[in-house]
Design a protein around this ligand. Sequence first.
Ligand code: KIV
Ligand code: NA
Length: 275
Amino acid sequence: VERVTIPILRRWRQERRRVTMTTAYDAVTAGIADPVVDIILVGDSVGNVCLGFDNTLPVSMAMMNHHLEAVARTRPRALLVADLPFLSFHLGPEETIRNAGGFLQRGADAVKLEGGAKRVEMVRALVDCEIPVMGHLGLTPQSVNVMGGFKVQGRNADDALRLLDDAHRLQEAGCFALVLEGIPAELAQRATESLSIPTIGIGAGPDCSGQVLVFHDVLGLTKGHRPKFVRAYADGFQMLQEALSRWAADVRTGAFPAPQECYRLPESLSDIIAT
Ligand code: KIV
Ligand code: NA
């Protein structure tokens, strides 16, 4: 099967073909997602989804590299994007390039980073080093302390106009795509029609060039509060826990393992250990 590449995404944008993206954090989730979606994101959402943190701020480059390497070993055909975590792209172009370049050396095709005008210098530095960059605007989870929680963004005139300006600056700086998260559908539509690069929405309405949801959210594996924009296509938590319970019950009754699930000694040797 043909690998998804950045020129292919550019063609799909021209053809108005909608793009699908989900997250993967290890070889199991990558194996499930890869035949289905166009883009796999090793998201810093690994922090809250898999590692038990309350938000993405504690996620380090070491953690991201560990998860990226696991996904990359499956050699996905989907475009593989890795999220630059908090503080990995803020301290200067040199450190940013080293971190992002390390992702490419580990098998990522591109990197993603959060933020608008303030991040343009870093985006340019990466693009100058042939590192493809996906932008991310709106409800950017690494800004949780500034936003005062995970709140919809771009709801007043100033914020909406700033988001459109940021989107165009990121495109100008060389981003090949933009994630638009947690913004009014009308604003995402306006951004999408005024940009030439694809937008990938999450909580940003139906008129983006594509959609992204966290793997564990789509499959209903996450417990607790689920944002309004998530549609779970399975109750994965319930389904998996129920299967595990049946196995545990079989262990307790002795119904597992059955004879066909056991290894046997040859007839001639059974006598020897019996004595
Ligand atoms: O980390 C992540 O999962 C993301 C997507 C939700 C866009 O950034
Ligand atoms: Na992220």
